[in-house]
Design a protein around this ligand. Structure first.
Ligand code: NAP
Length: 517
């Protein structure tokens, strides 16, 4: 019998007592842990956050919050090997684990730096450079201030980034002075739990600033109100159902969603075989298909190439995908691990079937895979799958297969058609344009910007420092319109302001002068 993952609520580790779900090792299929509901303790946890955690954070200046956040990130960095080891059970290679773990504490450190340098030495942000006078004498003026909301930031995370996903939401809330209740996705809750345990043991955050729940949250939403917020990451279907919860709607609870996305990468008309951009495009598509076995919300799902170049790109991609070695994390030569579990693998197989209705599989077999150091049947292994569609294919613009799956699609080589094809994704987190033609790159960026939260241009000059299509940076927007959820996580200090109330204050100059102190 495996242990049940506890939640950290009201200052105590508590094991849930509801029906338990077993979580299995992605590589061996052995039971890893159980997850049970802690629903009975959630009302107390909200009260604890609002009183103990919120009060303690609000009593700290922005600089003190930034220092605490930096120390919490440092504690995770010191014990990162423990998190890598757990991540291997979720199918992650060391490189995959680093994206999540190092990406997580790195993001928190960047936020700590942004807070230290960009926020005032106090607890209130005075937004406008100078008050706006409303009369000739200047005795009555107005100015905006930002103050911490008095509620709880409920943060619901997806399974694929148990550390990064939690930290990128936690960091802005801590800086804003708002306590967090983090809910982990069941398949990787044991990794998130360990990250929270490291932070709690470090004593770097005040009690109540971070609470953690594994398992279902039952009626938690019924207890939220207008000072609270929900930050959700996951599928569009779950986002839609949570967003329309009567309490969220009725109490105007702040709700942000980061949902799924069929991200595109566009090969420029100038990038013919033999150019650096052609090779960069191929490398990037393969990277995005195989890092974390394609379980990245920002991964390239649609590779858009000029119609006459489909064969050349297909040949280059299939050659590169043929070099990928799939197997147990850490086993000799393995470059791609497993999906998080066999349920996820079966889900992806189902999506490949949907995609196959109007596209053809040109690399990989969804039902057969050679693996190193593991049993292909017991573990959640899946070959990378490349499909090829044509101008009539619709599924690739609609169906997200959350695994090592991408579809090669044609466009007519103009920025206008690249824009039109990318827009068929109905709003995405990230897109990339791989081109050394400045006019094409600019026209395409401006064309697709309205449909995207982030657009990356890759060319021979920027490649050496490029952070890559799939990696959100804390200083920049992560989120996207429409299907991608309509939210904005990260994006520098704006993510901090998101947790604060913006208030217009009107009065005399002495009052307004005193507000920032
Ligand atoms: P999911 O099934 O929608 O679950 C997401 C989270 O919601 C999990 O923590 C889940 O908890 C929780 N949840 C589900 N039903 C709930 C309910 N009724 N009330 C409260 N919480 C509920 O998505 P997933 O399978 O974990 O993640 C994969 C999806 O996330 C993909 O579609 C991917 O594109 C998307 N994603 C998006 C981003 C982004 O930044 N936009 C990042 C990563 C992933 P349980 O696991 O306990 O059910």
């Amino acid at each position: 019998m495996v242990d049940t993952i506890p939640s950290y609520l009201s200052g105590q580790w508590r094991t849930g007592d509801g029906d338990a779900r077993t979580v299995y090792d992605a590589v061996t299929g052995a039971a890893v842990t159980q997850i049970a509901s802690s629903e009975a303790h959630l009302a107390g946890a909200l009260a604890h956050a609002r009183s103990t955690g919120g009060s303690a954070l609000r009593a700290m200046t922005f600089s003190e919050r930034a220092a605490a956040l930096k120390a919490a990130a440092g504690a995770l960095a010191e014990r990162k090997d423990e998190l890598y080891a757990l991540s291997a059970q979720a199918g992650c290679t060391r490189a995959d684990a680093k994206v999540d773990v190092d990406g997580g504490f790195g993001t928190a450190m960047v936020y700590a730096g942004l807070g230290r340098k960009g926020l005032p030495d106090g607890t209130v942000i005075v937004e406008d450079p100078a008050p706006t006078p409303f009369g000739k004498q200047g005795v009555f003026l107005g100015q905006h201030i930002l103050t911490s909301r008095l509620g709880v930031a409920v943060q619901i995370n997806a399974f694929n980034f148990p550390v990064w996903g939690m930290l990128e939401k936690l960091a802005p809330a801590i800086l804003a002075g708002v306590p967090t209740l983090a809910k982990a996705a069941t398949p990787t809750a044991y990794i998130a739990e360990h990250a929270v345990r490291i932070i709690i043991e470090s004593g770097t955050l005040p009690e109540g600033a971070l609470q953690f729940v594994a398992g279902p949250i039952g009626g938690l939403f019924d207890q939220l109100d207008g000072q609270d917020s929900v930050g959700f990451t996951g599928s569009a279907a779950t986002a839609a159902s949570l967003r329309s919860h009567p309490r969220i709607v009725g109490r105007s609870v702040h709700f942000t969603a980061e949902a799924d996305s069929v991200n595109a990468s566009i090969l420029g008309p100038d990038a013919t075989p033999g150019t650096e951009e052609f090779d960069l495009f191929v490398q990037q598509v393969v990277t995005e298909m195989t890092v974390k076995a394609g379980q990245k919300c920002t991964a390239i799902r649609r590779a858009l190439v000029p119609a006459g170049r489909l064969d050349a790109v297909q040949d280059a991609l299939t050659a590169a995908l043929g070099d990928i070695v799939i197997g147990a994390p850490g086993a000799e030569g393995v470059t791609m691990g497993a999906l998080v579990g066999t349920d996820q693998r079966d889900d992806v197989r189902g999506r490949i079937t949907e995609l196959s209705k109007d596209a053809q599989i040109v690399f990989g077999d969804p039902n057969t895979v050679d693996v190193v150091g593991a049993d292909a049947q017991a573990g959640a292994f899946l070959s990378p799958i490349l499909l090829r569609g044509d101008a009539t294919s619709g599924s690739a613009h609609d169906v997200e297969a959350f695994g090592p799956v991408a579809t090669l699609l044609p466009y007519d080589g103009t920025a206008a058609d690249a824009t039109a094809q990318a827009a068929r994704g109905q709003g995405s987190l990230a897109a990339s344009v791989v081109s050394n033609d400045g006019d094409f790159a600019r026209d395409t960026v401006l064309g697709i910007a309205a449909h995207h939260g982030r657009v990356l241009v890759l060319d021979r000059d920027s490649a050496s420092e490029s952070t890559g299509h799939g990696i959100p940076m804390p200083q920049l927007v992560h989120g996207g319109p429409g299907r991608a959820g309509g939210g904005e996580e990260e994006g520098g200090l704006r993510a901090v302001y998101h947790h604060m109330q913006r208030t217009a204050v009107q009065g005399g100059p002495a009052l307004l002068n005193s507000l920032g102190h």
